[in-house]
Design a protein around this ligand. Sequence first.
Ligand code: ADP
Ligand code: ASP
Ligand code: MG
Length: 466
Amino acid sequence: MRLVMKFGGTSVGDGGRMKHVAELAKEYRDSGNEIVLVTSALSGVTDALLRNAKEASDSGKTSSIKEFIADLTKQHHKAAHDAIGQNGIVEKVTGEIDSRIEELEKALIGICYLGELTARSIDYISSYGERLAAPILCGSINSLGVKSRSFTGGEAGIITTDEYGNAKPLEITYSLIKERIEPLLNDGIPVVTGFIGETESGIITTLGRGGSDFSASIIGAALKADEIWLWKEVHGILTTDPKIVPEAQTIPVISYIEAMELSYFGAKVLHPRAIEPAIRHGIPVRVKNTFHPDFPGTIVVKDQKQSKDIVKAVTVIRNVALINISGAGMVGTIGVAARVFTTLANAGVNIIMISQGSSEANISLVVDENHLERAVKSIKSEFKNGIIKEVTQDSNISVVAVVGAGMANTPGVAGRVFGALGKAKVNVIMISQGSSQHNISFAVSGEGAKKAVQVLHKEFGLELSK
Ligand code: ADP
Ligand code: ASP
Ligand code: MG
């Protein structure tokens, strides 16, 4: 089989774990598969890079950069030694790490002097996590006697738009990856950095937080892989976040649509776009646990035949905000909603949920919390003429969603959802059901979210093993 395997941050968290990943990949290769590896940064490194870039631009002090750079060097040198062992390979890899870290230090000092951090420089800085991890994993594979080369996303052929922080692959990506990576599959295990690509003019971009899932799926589609495997620290896609409900169970089989809805509605286990490339060729995506490789995990497939579950999972999006727009002048005035959405789109605001009362006198929206200020300002300035009387906002909001294709055409699901919430005294602020009927989502105040997830998980019997 041809397999593209992505290992997440915890899976490559230190040198010992990288060695385990290299051995696992070799094992799959030795049993007759073609393997491409996609790696995340060591866990915590992307966060640390972002934090230090912000600190550099805010404080203008270079002293903390020196400390950060020393720690980062130590961490990656240790990982290299633990993953590769004492041999000629480790010197080459630590040399590579040192020259990358030197570039990073210069960039951070530049940001410090400029006191400015653009979206483009954030992408550049955060790309170093994966760019430091890939050579170590590659060295670890070499130390097992298997050929390997490491590539940045751009070198592998991931060419993207210049939407920094949320870049999308251009069509040319698919032929470039095939051209550059396919010839190596016979001969060894190529390692590609997840999360990053580059523009046509060679500027580094990132695909959004958690983006290495997306990278793996893009590469899998380009190589028409038999399967795309996303290795994580959990037993697959679970019925909810195990941090909220420890009894959450693995979902053995799930459809593309359900997995996409789940990730749009906050299940951190998958990047929201990770399934899209796989759909191009109907490639199954597996989510597996790096630390229990024999456990089958979850398989995401095109169509799931016959599922008896109505609800598959409960998800939560935290850190969102509610905007309420009201005014009697809105009643019967054509085009108000259209103007609201156009205004918000032009301001780059991501709308998560919408609801309009049938009186037409108010529209409620849920947006990312960090887009709230921009959103309210743009609406107020668009409607200076008085149709809208009031714009109110509430920022301590979460959106909870129940997801499952079996909900379509099953009467009474909404009744059960809101009945159970009522009994548990969870106050629902706003409700929305997509016309796909694959999810019901609703907004609650921040404190109500955890309770809502726990109550609904129980209501639909999701804690019972599959
Ligand atoms: P990766 O190592 O690939 O980056 P993530 O950390 O992105 O993996 O994904 C796993 C995390 O997602 C878990 O720590 C878990 O708490 C969280 N999570 C949230 N919802 C779910 C879900 N429905 N199923 C599994 N994990 C979930
Ligand atoms: N390292 C990146 C992040 O932390 C991408 C990833 O792990 O998928 O968001
Ligand atoms: Mg992730």
